[in-house]
Structure formats: structure tokens, C-alpha cells
Design a protein around this ligand. Structure first.
Ligand code: HXC
Ligand code: NAP
Length: 307
């Protein structure tokens, strides 16, 4: 289901006409709503993910929606960002339609786990998507922009854990912190050559993908939608609020903003909130139940992957 009307977005219709934006993991959750916001405002958007059916369905749904308001197109491509060669091939196809003007590093994997329960493969399952995959996508697009002397805006979706750590989500927190440093480093290295880098650190925005692995057993639609009591604004984020921030950072209207990571979390991290420190109270039984529930979600998604 689509989320917005043009009135939900704080920008003039047609703002992003002529822009071409790649959003990794754009088939679901936050990636999907950012794709929706950009395409409704006129951008042509490309979304990547591993489940071909999910990507195709979302691309069709969002294209139809954008067409009704004079927006741009949404094209889906199955691509696994853990594989640098697959990124390169998919990027060739993207570039064949024209150079990108923006990239959103949004694809991620995550699950809660006691760190002592992680195997090397468990760590890699997350780090290979978030840390390595996002860097390889950035590098592939970046080289093309540099070679052609074109401008680009890169927005990476992080978490507030980049500032205060992420107990029980250590591979994700470490990987996102790496992307935070990539944002700051490349803002300097490539900023003068027309490529700017910013990041968004969202607080809780209930999505199926995140809640199945971070709130196993709860789920979106159940108590998963109750706000974390540490959030000063006493509510979760609204999807249109995230889409508005992403559009702002992608659009040349924010051209002087470079190297910044902006929290959109109702002030949660300032009150010491937003993480999973409270899970210190869990014992073996709770962790076993969580692992089983997460396994179910992972197996269901894996069965749909086409790459
Ligand atoms: C410990 C676990 C585990 C768990 C899996 N593993 N779940 N270890 N506790 N709960 C281990 C497995 O045992 C295995 O290691 C290894 O991880 C790989 O497992 P697979 O199931 O084979 O992984 P794979 O199919 O590659 O799937 C990757 C995934 C999966 C990351 C595990 O969740 C995924 O693809 N997710 C994509 C979508 C997603 O996660 N969205 C949420 C983003 S939300 P062994 O050694 O046993 O073989 C987000 C929100 C942040 O980031 C902020 C919220 C406030
Ligand atoms: P989500 O719906 O599970 O989104 C993750 C997306 O990444 C999925 O569409 C998934 O599709 C894709 N993906 C995963 N591995 C991939 C790979 N190897 N190659 C290509 N695509 C891949 O979860 P979400 O909540 O919207 O999360 C989106 C982003 O927001 C993530 O970066 C997350 O860390 C961040 N975030 C979310 C919240 C929140 O509250 N929801 C808070 C802070 C930060 P496939 O499985 O089909 O590949």
C-alpha cells in the first residue's frame, strides 16, 4: 500500500524532475517510502533488492501511484549488494538509462542477539550487507560520477547507535558506524568534485523487516507500534517525515549540507534511548525464543530471493 499524497510532502510538485535516484533495499519499509516520496515529486527512481517479486511489485505500485500525480518512474532490479560484480553489472544497466543524480544506501540486515551467541557467519550476514555492500555500491557509483565529472548526492541510512553504541545489535552498530565515518571521509575527499555525502539516523519507524528481527514475537501492528518510553516526543516516526528528510538531502536545494548525519528520532538518543540495552534482563529462554522467531522471518524472506 502506498503511504502518501502530495500534501504529505513539504515540497512543490515537480521538485525532483530530471533527477535519477538509486535506492538500495527500496522494495520494502523505509526504502519504499523514500522511493515513493522521490517519484511523486518527479524523480525517476531505481530500487534494488534480492527478492525479485517484491521489487517488481513495489516498482509497479509506486510507478502507478506517481503517474497519478505527474511524477516519475520507479524501476525495480534484482541485485544482491553483497556481490561487487553484481553491483557493477546492475550499475551498468542503471547508467545505460542516464547517470544517477543520487544514491540512498538503505539496504540492511539486522537481528538482535547476545554478542557471545554470534558465529563468524552471523557477523558476516549483517556486515556484508551494511558495511561492505553499501561501500561497494557507493564506490561503483562514485567512480562513474568522478569519471564523467557529474554531481551526485549520497544519503546513507544509519541508526543513532553510531553515537552511543548498540548493545545486542553489535554487527549492525559497528557497520553503521563505519558508514558514518565513510560519510565524513568522502564528504571531504569527493566534496570538491561535486559528490556530497550525508546520512540519516532514524529512531523507530515500525516496518515488517525490522520488527520481525528486532521485536520478534511482537510485530508491526501489535505492541510493536507502541512508542519506546524513552522518546521525548512519545511516538514513533511517521514515514512521510523520513521521506521529507531524504528528499531534502538528495535535492540540490540542500547543496551546502555535506558530511552530516541527521537524527530523526524524536530526540530519543539524547535521552539515552533508542537502543536495546534493556535486553540485559533477558535470560536463556527469552533469547532462544527470539532466535526461533527471527529464524522464521529469515527463512520466509530467503525463500523469495531470486538473486
Ligand atoms: C544469532 C543468527 C540469528 C540470530 C541468524 N543468525 N539469525 N545468529 N541470532 N537471531 C546467524 C545464522 O545462525 C547463521 O550463522 C548466519 O546468521 C546467517 O544466517 P542466514 O539465515 O543464513 O542469513 P541470510 O540468509 O544471509 O540472511 C541475512 C540476515 C537476514 C541478516 C540474517 O535477517 C536478512 O537478510 N535480513 C534483511 C532484512 C533485514 O534484516 N531488515 C531489518 C533491517 S532493520 P551460522 O554460523 O549458524 O551458519 C535495521 C533497524 C535498525 O537495521 C534500527 C531500529 C531502531
Ligand atoms: P526492511 O524493510 O527489512 O529493509 C531492508 C531492505 O534491504 C529490504 O528491502 C531487503 O530486501 C534489502 N536488502 C537486504 N539485504 C540486501 C542485499 N544483500 N542486497 C540488496 N538488498 C538487500 O527494513 P527497514 O526497517 O525498512 O530498514 C531500512 C533501513 O533503515 C535500514 O538501513 C535500517 O538499518 C534503517 N533503520 C530502520 C529503522 C526502523 O525503525 N525501521 C531505524 C533505524 C534505521 P531483500 O531481502 O529482498 O534483499
Amino acid at each position: 500500500m502506498t503511504e502518501f499524497t502530495l500534501d504529505d510532502l513539504m515540497f512543490k510538485p515537480g521538485l525532483m524532475k530530471g533527477q535519477r535516484i538509486l535506492i538500495t533495499g527500496g522494495g520494502t519499509g523505509l526504502g519504499k517510502v523514500m522511493a515513493e516520496g522521490c517519484s511523486m515529486l518527479g524523480a525517476d527512481v531505481i530500487i534494488w533488492g534480492r527478492r525479485g517479486n517484491v521489487i517488481e511489485e513495489t516498482a509497479k505500485e509506486l510507478s502507478d501511484h506517481a503517474a497519478k500525480v505527474g511524477g516519475g518512474t520507479v524501476t525495480g532490479m534484482a541485485c544482491d549488494i553483497r556481490v561487487p560484480e553484481a553491483i557493477h553489472d546492475a550499475m551498468d544497466q542503471v547508467w545505460a538509462g542516464g547517470a544517477l543524480t543520487g544514491l540512498v544506501n538503505n539496504a540492511a540486515g539486522n537481528f538482535i542477539s547476545r554478542t557471545e551467541d554470534l558465529s563468524p557467519r552471523g557477523f558476516d550476514a549483517i556486515a556484508n550487507i551494511v558495511f561492505r555492500g553499501s561501500f561497494f555500491v557507493t564506490l561503483d557509483a562514485g567512480k562513474r560520477w568522478l569519471a564523467e565529472g557529474k554531481h551526485g548526492s549520497v544519503v546513507s541510512i544509519l541508526t543513532t547507535w553510531v553515537w552511543h553504541g548498540g548493545p545486542f545489535t553489535v554487527p549492525s552498530a559497528m557497520s553503521k558506524a563505519g558508514l558514518n565515518v565513510m560519510t565524513q571521509s568522502l564528504a571531504v575527499e569527493w566534496g570538491g568534485r561535486g559528490i556530497r555525502f550525508n546520512a540519516i539516523a532514524p529512531g523507530p519507524f515500525p516496518t515488517e523487516g525490522a520488527w520481525a528481527r528486532l521485536n520478534p514475537g511482537g510485530g508491526v501492528g501489535a505492541d510493536g507500534e507502541k512508542p519506546d518510553p524513552t522518546i521525548p516526543l512519545d511516538r514513533n516516526g511517521e514515514m512521510r517525515e523520513l521521506a521529507n528528510l531524504a528528499v531534502y538531502l538528495l535535492d540540490p536545494g540542500s547543496a551546502y549540507v555535506n558530511g552530516q548525519t541527521i537524527a530523526i528520532d524524536g530526540g530519543g538518543h539524547l535521552k539515552g534511548g533508542g537502543g536495546f540495552g534493556r535486553l540485559s534482563e533477558w535470560g536463556d529462554a527469552e533469547w532462544a525464543a527470539a532466535r526461533d522467531a527471527i529464524k522464521g522471518a529469515n527463512e520466509k524472506d530467503r525463500a523469495q530471493r531470486t538473486v
